[in-house]
Each structure stands twice: as structure tokens, then as C-alpha cells.
Design a protein around this ligand. Structure first.
Ligand SMILES: *[C@@H]1O[C@H](CO)[C@@H](O)[C@H](O)[C@H]1NC(C)=O
Ligand SMILES: *[C@@H]1O[C@H](CO)[C@@H](O)[C@H](O)[C@H]1NC(C)=O
Ligand SMILES: *[C@@H]1O[C@H](CO)[C@@H](O)[C@H](O)[C@H]1NC(C)=O
Length: 352
């Protein structure tokens, strides 16, 4: 499988000048590092910082000078278009303060279903022939039961992601690595999710789409990911993680690796119930994010205190926020999460 991925990656990328594709240990996200004589001072500093942060990096491929082909051009047009769309949505995003008792202030304008309607479509999208053992009043489909006729975390995964390397690779950091806006404040966005809301579980024969590029609630797949770091996890899986009170760390594959590593260390040091995955739909201004049920924190730089505060305040808060059991989905799992030293049972001691 790994060899297949490598082939795919190598097929799609065109390395620049005589750069090398480097996969920092434990991430599987490629960076192209220019040869020594072609490096600028800035790149030299970046590499030094990488080394200091403990990124060994194994060199997998020596690039050859080739003209950029149409495939790569098209790829980048897609990426840039989605980044632009993401930015436009950012400006429209609703930054409301969380309401003290949201169900009292129900307006029914932004939320997918009013509480009374919850049962109306509880099985919508799922086959009429849903096996008896999967039927569930609350979610439509019971959670965590692998079933070949619905979701066994293996079948029809391309419904959520076509396995394209564009979703986890920075093809050319020399051109595309995202500049760090060191003075830009982080943006915390919370939505007032009514207490009565229960997201639906939908089988793999039904597409699930989200209106925003950074959803913090919504319908998802019945089987949630094993906690840990992944090559890539689609939204349809990690929304289940935050429903269980988990924290999801998202980073653009072209985000500054030193910052990505710092955020990764904070998250893994704070809380076992995390999922870490690259994600290309964050804004370029803030290419790092944490997501919890109902809230997101988008970041340009990593501030340790801010990150810990967000995790302490928002972890364990989904509808099943204290559910501790690990998931069953592990496609692309790179490293399984562990309890940080000092954490207590049930993840109650956050950022020990
Ligand atoms: C993969 O990345 C492309 C380009 O950014 C984006 O359009 C697409 O939505 C991404 N797919 C997923 C599953 O995130
Ligand atoms: C998403 O947009 C569609 C169409 O505009 C709307 O019907 C739906 O309620 C929206 N869903 C959410 C979660 O906002
Ligand atoms: C998987 O996809 C096939 C072809 O689209 C479809 O017939 C089948 O019902 C799907 N199975 C599930 C469990 O989604």
C-alpha cells in the first residue's frame, strides 16, 4: 500500500530544479527541499529550524529538471481556487458568541434541522433495507458497528475522498509554502448548537456535504477514526471525533512545518482523543486550525497558552463528549494516539 502511494505521489509531482522530496518522520507529508547551492538564506534558516525541531527527514527522491506539465498546473489552479473560495467564506462567517441557552433562542435559520424535525429524516439517505441491528432512533444508524451494507470503514471510501495526494502534499514549498503572518490574531468561531440536536449517521452509499469549509457539527459516518495522526482523514469521519469530545488538528500541507510540529506537540501532549490531518481548505492567512464540537480556532502562528486554553475549554464537549472508546476507521493512520504522561483515566486531566 505504501509503495502504491509513493508511486502515486511521484507520478503527480514535478520537483523543482534539483530539489529533493523529503518526508519528515511520522508525517508522510512531503516537502521539496532545494539543493544546497540553490537555497536562499530563508530556506537555509527553515532547514536549520526543521533539524532543531527533530525532523530527520528521509530523502526519497532526487528531482530532475522538467518543464511544469499541464497536470500540475491544473492541480494548482484547483488548489488556488479552493483557497480563494475558502477565504470568501471566511469573510461571510458568522462570529456569534455562544448563547447561554441556545434552544430557547431557536431561530431555525442556520441550523439544518429544528429539534422537532429531528426524527423526520432520521434515516434519510440510508437504505430502506437497513439491517435491523443498525437501526437507531437517535442517529438513524447505530454508531461503531462495522457492517458491509452500510459502513465497515473499508467499503466505498472514495465517496468521501478520492485518495488524491493533493490533499496531503505540499508539492513545491519553494513557490507555495505559506508565509507566516506573525502578527495576525487567531480567530475563534463558535456556533450555538441546540442541546437537542443529534447528528445523523449516514451509510457509505450517501454523499455528505457541508456548507462551510470548516464545519464544527453535522452528519457523518457511523464509524469514527482511531485517535491519532493520519496521512489524511475526510471531514465525514473527523466530525464524529468531535461529537465524542475529541479535538481535531488541521493544517495546510504547505503551512510552515516548524509551526505544524509545534502545534502537533501541544495537541499530543494535552489530550489522547485527537485526530491530526492535513487539510487544504483552510485560509492562507491562517493555515492551522483546531476543531472541537461547535468551535474552531484558526491560527496564523502557534501560541502555546491559547492552544492549551482552547483544548481545555472545548474538549469533551460534544453530545457524547465523554465517550472514551477508540474508533474503528484507520485508513491512512500514521501514529495511534497515546495518553500523554500524567493524563488520568477518561481523558479528564487535559494538558497535564
Ligand atoms: C482535496 O483538495 C482539493 C484541493 O484543495 C479540494 O478541492 C478537495 O475538496 C479536497 N478533498 C477533500 C476530501 O478534502
Ligand atoms: C446548507 O445550504 C442549503 C442550501 O443553501 C440549506 O438548505 C441547508 O440548510 C444548509 N445547511 C446548513 C447545515 O447550513
Ligand atoms: C458501494 O457502492 C456501490 C456502487 O456504487 C453500491 O452499489 C453499494 O450499495 C455501496 N455500498 C455501500 C455499503 O455503501
Amino acid at each position: 500500500m505504501a509503495a502504491l502511494w509513493l508511486l502515486l505521489v511521484l507520478q503527480l509531482i514535478w520537483t523543482v530544479d534539483s530539489g529533493k522530496l523529503v518526508f519528515p518522520e511520522g508525517t508522510d507529508v512531503g516537502y521539496i527541499v532545494p539543493d544546497k547551492r540553490a537555497r536562499t538564506t530563508e530556506e537555509e534558516d527553515w532547514l536549520n529550524a526543521l533539524q532543531k525541531e527533530g525532523f530527520g527527514g528521509s530523502i526519497l527522491q532526487r528531482g530532475e529538471r522538467e518543464a511544469l506539465n499541464e497536470v500540475e498546473e491544473a492541480l494548482w489552479r484547483t488548489i488556488e481556487n479552493s483557497a480563494r473560495l475558502a477565504r470568501q467564506q471566511d469573510f461571510r462567517a458568522d462570529d456569534r458568541e455562544p448563547q447561554p441557552d441556545p434552544i430557547e433562542n431557536w431561530h431555525g435559520k442556520w441550523f439544518p434541522h429544528a429539534p422537532k424535525e429531528l426524527n423526520r429524516d432520521s434515516s434519510s439517505g440510508n437504505p430502506d433495507t437497513l439491517p435491523e441491528e443498525l437501526k437507531d432512533d437517535k442517529h438513524g444508524v447505530a454508531m461503531g458497528i462495522p457492517h458491509v451494507e452500510c459502513d465497515n470503514a473499508k467499503i466505498n471510501l472514495t465517496m468521501d475522498w478520492d485518495f488524491s495526494p493533493v490533499n496531503y502534499t505540499c508539492f513545491d514549498p519553494k513557490k507555495h509554502r505559506i508565509p507566516v503572518l506573525a502578527d495576525l490574531k487567531s480567530k475563534e468561531t463558535c456556533v450555538d448548537i441546540p442541546k437537542g440536536y443529534s447528528p445523523q449517521h449516514l451509510c457509505m452509499n450517501t454523499p455528505i456535504e457541508y456548507n462551510t469549509t470548516l464545519p464544527t457539527f453535522g452528519s457523518h459516518r457511523p464509524i469514527w477514526p482511531v485517535y491519532g495522526e493520519y496521512k489524511f482523514v475526510p471531514i465525514q469521519r473527523w466530525l464524529h471525533t468531535i461529537e465524542h469530545g475529541g479535538i481535531v488538528m488541521l493544517y495546510d500541507p504547505c503551512a510552515e512545518p516548524v509551526l505544524v510540529n509545534r502545534l502537533r506537540k501541544l495537541v499530543t501532549g494535552c489530550f489522547r482523543k485527537h485526530v491530526i490531518t492535513p487539510y487544504t481548505l483552510l485560509s492562507r492567512e491562517r493555515p492551522l486550525a483546531l476543531v472541537a464540537w461547535g468551535c474552531s480556532l484558526e491560527m496564523a502562528v502557534v501560541n502555546d497558552e491559547e492552544v492549551k486554553t482552547f483544548i481545555k475549554e472545548h474538549a469533551l464537549h460534544g453530545p457524547e463528549g465523554h465517550y472514551a472508546k477508540d474508533g474503528g476507521y484507520k485508513e491512512g493512520l500514521l501514529r495511534k494516539a497515546e495518553y500523554p504522561p500524567g493524563a488520568q483515566e477518561k481523558d479528564s486531566n487535559i494538558c497535564p
